[in-house]
Design a protein around this ligand. Structure first.
Ligand SMILES: [Zn+2]
Ligand SMILES: [Zn+2]
Length: 342
C-alpha cells in the first residue's frame, strides 16, 4: 500500500518534506482487529507535535493520522462487530487497557497504557490500517467520508473540552484560537446552548472574520480584552501568551480549558507576566483536556449528525500531506484539512 511515512523527528522550519511517500506491505488484522481501506484522513495540529518531537512516536518509522474514515475490508477470526463494506471511523484513541482504575471509571483517556492512533500505532496517512474492532465507530449516513474525518479529532476533543467547561446555557464562552476545533465547538454551542454568547480571540484577521460569520458576538486579537467577562474559555493555541491574556478575561470562579497536547517553548517567558490578582485570584481554574474516550466519540458523532455539523474542509491528495502540514504550521487555516485517497 501507499503511505506517507515519518522516519525521523525534524524541525518543520528547516525540513518542509517531513513525510516520505513509501510502498509498505498491507497490514494484516489481528484476532480482534479489522482491516480498514482508508478513504479520508484529517490533518491535525498534533501531527506537527509528533513530527517536531513534542509528543514523539515511541517507534519510527510511523504512519501518522488519527481522523480516519474508511470501509471494513477484512477482519481477524474473533472480530464480528462489523460486516465487510461497513463505513467506520477511527479517532485518536487506538486502545486502552480496560483494566486500570481510569478505564474502569470511564476515564480511559487517562489510562497509563493509552495508545494513540498514528503515534503509538500506524494511522490513516495510508491506503490501509488495522485497529481493534472495539475502537472503530460507525459513521452516521448524513456525512460524506471527508466531512466525517475532521469530526473524529477536532470535533470529539472539542466536544470533550466543552463538557469540561461545565458551561450552562446563557453563560459566556470564550474561544482563544479558532482552528478546526473552534469552529466545530461554535456549532455545538449554537445547538446545545442557544443563549450562550461566544467571544473569539484569534491573531489572524481572516479567522476573526470567519468566527463572526459563524456567529461569534465579538472577535478580537488574542491579547485584547473582551467586552464582557467570560465564564469559561477554551484555548486551542500552541503557545502561552493567549493563556495568560485569556485569564484576564475570565469571570470570577471561571474556568480555562487548555485543549493542546503540548505547548511550544517559543514564548514561555509570557508566563512571567502572570499577575496573581488579575489572572488567578477569585477562584479562577485552569484545566487541561487529554485525549478522548470512546464515549466522547460516540456521543459526539450522534450530536454532530443531529445538528448536523458539516465541517468546512479543504482537500489534499495523500501525496500532498506535507503541503497540508506546512500550511497548518504556517497558520493557513480555513476549516479542516483532509487527505483524500483515490
Ligand atoms: Zn488531532
Ligand atoms: Zn487502562
Amino acid at each position: 500500500m501507499k503511505a506517507m511515512v515519518l522516519k525521523k523527528i525534524c524541525n518543520l522550519r528547516e525540513n518542509r518534506q517531513p513525510l516520505e511517500l513509501m510502498e509498505l506491505p498491507d497490514p494484516v488484522p489481528g484476532e480482534r482487529e479489522i482491516l480498514v481501506r482508508v478513504s479520508a484522513c484529517g490533518v491535525c495540529h498534533t501531527e506537527l507535535d509528533e513530527i517536531e518531537g513534542r509528543t514523539p512516536p515511541p517507534h519510527l518509522p510511523i504512519v501518522l493520522g488519527h481522523q480516519v474514515v474508511g470501509r471494513v475490508e477484512g477482519k481477524g477470526s474473533k472480530a464480528n462487530k462489523f460486516r465487510a463494506g461497513t463505513r467506520v471511523g477511527i479517532g485518536w484513541i487506538y486502545s486502552a487497557c480496560g483494566r486500570c482504575k481510569f478505564c474502569l471509571e470511564g476515564n480511559e483517556n487517562l489510562c497509563p497504557h493509552f495508545q494513540a492512533t498514528g503515534r503509538d500505532a500506524n494511522g490513516g496517512y495510508a491506503e490501509y490500517m488495522t485497529v481493534l474492532e472495539d475502537f472503530a465507530f460507525p459513521i452516521p449516513e448524513v456525512f460524506s467520508d471527508e466531512e466525517a474525518a475532521p469530526l473524529l479529532c477536532a470535533g470529539a476533543i472539542g466536544y470533550r473540552s466543552l463538557k469540561l467547561t461545565g458551561i450552562r446555557d446563557g453563560g459566556n464562552l470564550g474561544l482563544t484560537g479558532f482552528g478546526a476545533s473552534g469552529h466545530l465547538v461554535m456549532k455545538m454551542v449554537k445547538h446545545k446552548y442557544p443563549r450562550t454568547k461566544v467571544f473569539v480571540f484569534a491573531r489572524n484577521p481572516k479567522e476573526r472574520e470567519f468566527a463572526k460569520e459563524l456567529g461569534a458576538v465579538w472577535a478580537g486579537d488574542t491579547a485584547e480584552r473582551s467586552p464582557e467577562k467570560l465564564d469559561c474559555i477554551i484555548d486551542t493555541t500552541p503557545v502561552w501568551k493567549p493563556i495568560v491574556e485569556a485569564l484576564r478575561n475570565l469571570e470570577n470562579g471561571g474556568r480555562l480549558i487548555i485543549n493542546a497536547i503540548r505547548k511550544e517553548e517559543v514564548d514561555k517567558d509570557w508566563l512571567l507576566k502572570l499577575d496573581y490578582p488579575a489572572h488567578l485570584w477569585l477562584e479562577k481554574e485552569i484545566k487541561s483536556v487529554a485525549n478522548v474516550t470512546r464515549r466522547d466519540l460516540s456521543e459526539f458523532l450522534e450530536l454532530a449528525a443531529e445538528i448536523p455539523i458539516k465541517p468546512e474542509i479543504q482537500l489534499f491528495p495523500l501525496e500532498e500531506a506535507n503541503k497540508a502540514l506546512i500550511e497548518l504550521k504556517e497558520g493557513e487555516i480555513r476549516g479542516a484539512k483532509v487527505l483524500k485517497m483515490v
